[in-house]
Design a binder for this molecule. Structure first.
Ligand SMILES: [Zn+2]
Length: 683
């Protein structure tokens, strides 16, 4: 449901904001700082490859820096803003703030992360207590206790437990169990026969795992033996894990059962005791996402020896914290997860990595300081207004649909009306007062912060759902729709256009960049293949007439077929797994377009830097995907991510939109041409 891919989930802060309403009287004159004109590569025909036409000049001038797997608009903003964050951290360090204050926590966390002298001296010792606990395991009971404990400090185990909203009763938080426990990013990596998957799993078995085991203290022969067993164990779990596209059906991935049912499914585990040790109190019911995975887990507990499981846990412990330990650990994790999987050539400077980690763990603490300075109430209001413009236009689209019955339409209007927008930053901040942060060891700060998050989340069980909560920080270049709350969450960061003064940006660009690609996209998620199955209250409940569902599915299938036809580096896009995102992109574009048609800029029709308002709208949308990826990164994305690569998210849906052809005079015979009867229209 997230707009951007995970690699684009980055820390950025709001430098400036855009005006998108009430600027009809502003004479736009960008000179050479037109945010879309300057990126155009006029040597490319828009009808051949629109993405390259729109962004080509920028792509040529901005090769991917060695430390990055991809480089784009979000990174540019991120670079500017990391410097500001650095200053806040350095000021906090010098402030001598009272123990327990947010300022002390920020300063000391930063100190512990850049204190490489101590980090090198400490080597593996920060994990010694945890490794000792693993050493002491002698039987399945002890092993499960250790799974439970490691879960509370943020280490991957085969038990994918979390406290989350019950899909069928969104006012309740219940314990859920999903497939988990593998070291590669997706189960397909263990089986696929494409070159990327083979290269990744070969390296994992031949270099990465043996290195990690040697670093954990195993002798070379033992490290090789451990690698074989642990890889085999993971492959066994992966074999019973569902493929990405099979995780989309919310009914199929909902299997509610009493604790006695779980005890029957996995009799080797005393679940009551395990859950209590995981801080999950009074659990009597669970929702199992993938029962066949838990059957396999039960079998794996009997098949693999305690020693194999202990090696598996040692490896998972080091994977979780190695990046915060001395160089040998940090470098091996980067070599495999950064270079081999994503193609990065070198690591980011240490201070940037520390800031990124801090932002991930205590982002709201930083966010509070930033929004005070950079996100005034007035700006928030403007975006709230743009959300309402999009909501109204979406309703008009539903009214005009020829494939949906009046009964379902009425319910769709109701759901749309109930979509709750969260804009800019939360009204209420998380309270980190119980989190202890000191000047080191760094890995233990991270461990305590992981534990804080675990406890925070576990404490939600049995309590009313807090619908004001944000799952993302205000300084994030991303956004999301949460079907269980029927909400769109739009942080301040996502609306930033780097290097442009907000009052200078014309509506066309804003409607493409913010209204379509972010607001409309997230709103449409409430009506994509998954989201449409949830009602206005966020409950998984059939509210569509069956014939309307059939017609929706036929249209979605056309989009699946369209994206199945795209490939890169020999890897085909997974049309089924990416359908929700593609439906949201297409919806955002057509609804944003009609919202834009209501503006004076569109009605007046004046060109700006030789570009018509319609052209600028499509260029504004493409600006949201300005960027490029390394081959490894794109390959990983295709295998693991429900989002298609960025350039396809521009070129793909545009070919379905008649105004796109009109705006750029695209004719039959041009590469991007699709015959009108093949064009997909859903919303
Ligand atoms: Zn999305």
């Amino acid at each position: 449901m997230i707009k951007k891919t995970a690699s684009q989930t980055i820390i950025i802060y709001v430098l400036s904001f855009l005006l998108f309403t009430g600027c009809k009287d502003k004479a736009k004159n960008y000179a050479d700082n037109d945010p879309v004109f300057k990126n155009i590569d006029a040597t490319v025909k828009p009808g051949d490859d629109f993405f390259k036409y729109a962004n080509g000049a920028w792509l040529k001038k901005n090769p991917i820096p060695p430390a990055y797997a991809s480089w784009g608009i979000g990174n540019v903003v991120e670079e500017e803003l990391r410097n500001r964050m650095k200053k806040i951290n350095e000021d906090a360090l010098k402030a001598n703030a009272p123990k327990g204050s947010n300022t002390q926590k920020i300063g000391d966390f930063y100190y512990s992360g850049i204190d490489t002298v101590n980090i090198e001296k400490q080597g593996l010792s920060p994990l010694k207590d945890e490794l000792d606990k693993i050493d002491l395991v002698t039987d399945i009971k002890g092993l499960v206790d250790e799974f439970a404990h490691l879960k509370t400090i943020g280490v991957e185990t085969p038990i994918g437990a979390y406290a989350g909203q019950d899909s069928k009763n969104s006012s309740k938080i219940v314990l859920q169990l999903d497939q988990a426990g593998i070291g590669l990013p997706d189960r397909d990596y263990y089986f696929n026969t494409d070159a990327h998957s083979i290269a990744v799993r070969n390296d994992y078995q031949q270099k990465h795992l043996p290195t990690i085991f040697k670093l954990a203290g195993l002798l070379p022969d033992a490290a090789i033996a451990a690698t074989k067993k642990v890889y085999d164990l993971e492959k066994f779990l992966a074999d019973s894990s569902r493929k990405l596209e099979n995780l989309r059906d919310p009914y199929h991935n909902y299997n509610k059962m009493p604790l006695t049912g779980l005890n029957k499914l996995v009799p080797e585990v005393d679940w009551k005791s395990a859950f209590e040790q995981m801080d999950y109190k009074n659990v009597d019911t669970v929702i199992i996402g993938q029962p066949e995975y838990y059957r396999a887990f039960s079998k794996a507990l009997k098949t693999y020896s305690i020693d194999d499981w202990k090696n598996y846990l040692r490896k998972n412990l080091i994977s979780a914290f190695g990046s915060y330990l001395s160089k040998p650990f940090d470098q091996e994790l980067f070599r495999f997860y950064g270079k081999v999987l994503n193609g990065s050539k070198e690591q980011l400077p240490r201070w940037k990595r520390v800031l990124d980690t801090e932002n991930g763990l205590m982002g709201e603490v930083l966010g509070q300081i930033f929004v005070k300075e950079y996100f005034p109430e007035k700006t928030k209001e403007r975006y709230v207004n743009l959300v309402e413009t999009m909501r109204a236009t979406f309703k008009e689209h539903i009214e005009k649909l020829d494939w949906m019955s009046p009964q379902t339409k009425e319910k769709a209007y109701f759901k749309l009306r109930k979509v709750m927008p969260k804009v800019g930053y939360p009204d209420k901040w998380k309270d980190f007062s119980t989190l202890e942060i000191n000047r080191g060891p760094y890995a233990l700060n991270v461990m305590r912060a992981n534990n804080w998050w675990h406890k925070y989340s576990a404490a939600k069980l049995g309590k009313p759902v807090d619908r004001t909560e944000w799952g993302i920080t205000p300084q994030t270049y991303n956004a999301y729709y949460n079907p269980s709350n029927n909400e769109i969450v739009l942080p301040a960061g996502i609306f930033t256009i780097p290097g442009a003064k907000d009052e200078d940006i014309d509506d066309a660009v804003i409607y493409g960049y913010a209204a379509a690609s972010t607001i409309g996209h997230e709103m449409t998620h409430g009506f994509d293949d998954e989201g449409r199955q949830f009602d206005a209250k966020g409950n998984l409940k059939a509210w569509w007439l069956p014939q309307d569902s059939v017609k929706f599915t036929q249209r979605a299938q056309m989009l699946i077929n369209q994206f199945n036809g795209y490939s890169i580096y020999g890897l085909h896009v997974n049309g089924k797994a990416t359908q929700g995102e593609n439906i949201a992109d297409l919806g955002g574009i057509v609804i944003g377009l009609d919202a834009f048609k209501k503006t004076d800029q569109y009605k007046e029709g004046k060109t700006l830097n030789g570009l018509t308002p319609l052209q600028r709208y499509f260029l504004g949308y493409a600006l949201g995907w300005l960027g490029q990826d390394r081959q490894e990164s794109l390959s990983s994305q295709i295998l693991t991510n429900p989002h298609a690569p960025g350039f396809m998210r521009v070129n793909g849906p545009f070919t379905d939109v008649p105004e796109f052809y009109e705006a750029f005079h695209i004719k039959k015979g041009d590469k991007m041409w699709i015959d009108p009867d093949k064009r997909v229209k859903i919303w």
